[in-house]
Design a binder for this molecule. Sequence first.
Ligand SMILES: [Zn+2]
Length: 138
Amino acid sequence: MVRKCTFCGNFKKIDEFYKTKRDNITTECKACLSDRGKTGYRKNPERVIARSIEWQKNNRELQNEINRKSYKKHREKRLKHLKKRVDFLYDPYIKRLIISNFGIERDEITDDMIELKKTELIITREIKKIKRAVLNAY
Ligand SMILES: [Zn+2]
């Protein structure tokens, strides 16, 4: 089954059109809608953002459901990303630690502080490793 896109005028397969809420099919194909979305955003990002916020306000329940689904869907990826930041002691992670440990502002953090905190973390991690090894030896 094919359908004619009202925007580009091409005949395309049904799965190249989005389904609407009531199981209808959009009159424009996915590619055209996506293109228009992108150029619309480039031309006037404020308007697109304002409309998106407005939509979210009026569709709170639906938005919550979308957030929940997205949270579940990307959970693994997010955890992996977070673990990488912690494992490799990336600066943003170190900065956040310094802010929460010492209660200072982000722009008060110096490079020296970051280096010191990193060193501290590396040492603490090494100590933990040694402790674990010692405990396992008995
Ligand atoms: Zn099209």
